[in-house]
Structures are given as C-alpha cells and as structure tokens.
Write a protein that binds this ligand. Structure first.
Ligand SMILES: NC(=O)c1ccc[n+]([C@@H]2O[C@H](COP(=O)([O-])OP(=O)(O)OC[C@H]3O[C@@H](n4cnc5c(N)ncnc54)[C@H](OP(=O)(O)O)[C@@H]3O)[C@@H](O)[C@H]2O)c1
Length: 239
C-alpha cells in the first residue's frame, strides 16, 4: 500500500481525512495529543507519530519517519487566533507562522525528492481566510502564504498539488483559539465534508477547492475587484 502522511490527524479535519483514506493507504498520523492520536490510529489502522510542529525537531521527526516512502502528504495541522492585530502577542504571531506556514513549507521541502520519485501529491488545508478576514489578520497571512506556496509548487515541482480552502468547519478549532464562531452566515460545515472534498480533489488532481463550493464566488470577487471585496466584507461584518 502507498503511504500517506496526515498532519493534524488527532482532531477535526485531519482526523476526518485519515478516516477517509483508511483501507486504501498505509497511514502515518501526526499530532501532539497522544491519546486522541492513538484513538484515530485505532480506528484507521494507521501509525501514530507524536510531533510538535511548532519547532524544527517536530518537522525533522516527521521527515525521518516519512522519507523514502511518502506518496501523499496532507498538511492539516494548524491553529487560529482571533482579535485585532494590535492585541496579538509576538509569541502568538510566531506560533501561527511556524505551525501554519513554516512547518508545511519545511516538511514539503524536505520530502520533495521522495514525493517526486513516487509521483506523489501534496494537499494543503488552507482557509477562506486566505483572501483576508478582519480580526484574523495573522491567521489570514499564514493561509494566504500557504496558498501562494502551493500555487508556485504546482508550477515548479512536477507533483500533484491540491489546496482546500474551507469556510467555517465544525471542529474544536474555535474553542482552541478562544473565540467561538460568531457569524450567522455561512454556517459551519462538517469536517467529513471537507475531508471528502480533499480526498476527491487528490484523486482528480484538482488544483484548488473552496468548501462549500459557493465560497468560490467571494474569491473571484476578491481577485477581480479587491476594493469592492473590501467594501462588501466591511459591510457584512463591520469592525
Ligand atoms: N475549523 C475551521 O473553521 C477551519 C476553517 C478553515 C481552515 N481550517 C484549517 O483546518 C486545519 C485543521 O483545523 P481543524 O478545524 O481540524 O482544528 P482542530 O480540530 O483544532 O485540529 C487542529 C489539528 O492541528 C494540530 N496541531 C495544532 N498545533 C500543532 C502543533 N504545534 N504541532 C502539531 N500539530 C498541531 C492539532 O494537534 P493536537 O490536537 O494533537 O494538538 C490538531 O490535530 C487547520 O490548518 C485550520 O487552520 C479550519
């Protein structure tokens, strides 16, 4: 069986991706919480790797375990932060940058020779925040960075690259960032729906998918008319 590495596999979207891949892939499941990760490993027949991606040692541990074998690399680990930029601590900025952006870039870089040799595929869980969300400025920057990295890698590397950009997803993400989801619209979707889109996107070698699909419209407006997008966003969610 081909090997898939899934980061963030101990919870939410990453755990749902692992469940979706189970049976067809040899799974290497990466997370920090040993007990939750072991439970997902039990359900999916995968192997657990406890690693903290907030530092180079964790990234190196994943590389060492995956090198020479990985065919599919799914970057689902990540965390959020909400609040005005002026109230965001320097430590929080560093952690978001490291886990959401630096770790996936470094891990992809380190595993690229194997992925190329295996004619492999990388999938990134970005976010609709990649097009800019007020009160989530640093988070938005990490996800825009991830999207840009994926777009460039797709041109350069000769491997499959899929980016999934979900809107709100019903996972522990919001509780962990310390602020519940507050918008009436759009309603959160299930992590299983995001996982199904991601796995289908990898199978069809799709480049980019918004979940739910209608969020694509926001991204098109943002791309074609950024000033109009900013006006509409401020009106929909005034700060
Ligand atoms: N939920 C949403 O509304 C939403 C929307 C768009 C995009 N996303 C993105 O989707 C991805 C998954 O989030 P989720 O919603 O599934 O949230 P979640 O349930 O909180 O899961 C986050 C995962 O990331 C892992 N993680 C966090 N910090 C880590 C670190 N320092 N080292 C290693 N692993 C770490 C967690 O591991 P442990 O639990 O073991 O600590 C967990 O497995 C994230 O990249 C997030 O930005 C989420």
């Amino acid at each position: 069986m081909r090997t898939a590495v899934v980061t963030g596999a101990s919870s939410g979207i990453g755990a749902a991706v692992a469940e979706r891949l189970a049976g067809s892939w040899d799974l290497l499941l990466v997370g920090r919480d040993e007990a939750r990760l072991a439970a997902v490993a039990d359900r999916t027949g995968g192997r657990s790797l406890v690693a903290d991606l907030a530092g180079p040692d964790g990234v190196e541990a994943v590389r060492a375990a995956a090198d020479g074998r990985v065919t599919l690399l799914v970057h689902a680990a990540g965390l959020g932060a909400a609040g005005p930029l002026a109230d965001t601590s320097a430590a929080c900025v560093d952690e978001l940058m490291q886990v959401n952006l630096v770790a996936p870039v470094q891990l992809t870089r380190a595993l690229l020779p194997t992925l190329v040799a295996q004619r492999g595929h990388v999938a990134f869980v970005a976010s609709i925040a990649a097009i800019g969300v007020a009160d989530e400025v640093v988070y938005s920057a990490t996800k825009a960075g991830l999207r840009g990295f994926a777009d460039a890698l797709r041109l350069e590397a000769g491997i499959g690259v899929t980016t999934v950009l979900p809107g709100a997803v019903d996972t522990p993400y919001f509780a962990r960032r310390g602020r519940p989801y507050h918008r009436r619209f759009p309603r959160p979707v299930s992590p299983e729906r995001v996982a199904a889109a991601l796995v289908d996107g990898v199978r069809r070698r799709r480049t980019e998918m918004f979940v739910p699909g209608w969020l694509t419209l926001g991204a098109r407006v943002h791309g074609a008319a950024p000033a109009l997008f900013a006006r509409l966003s401020r009106r929909a969610d005034p700060h």
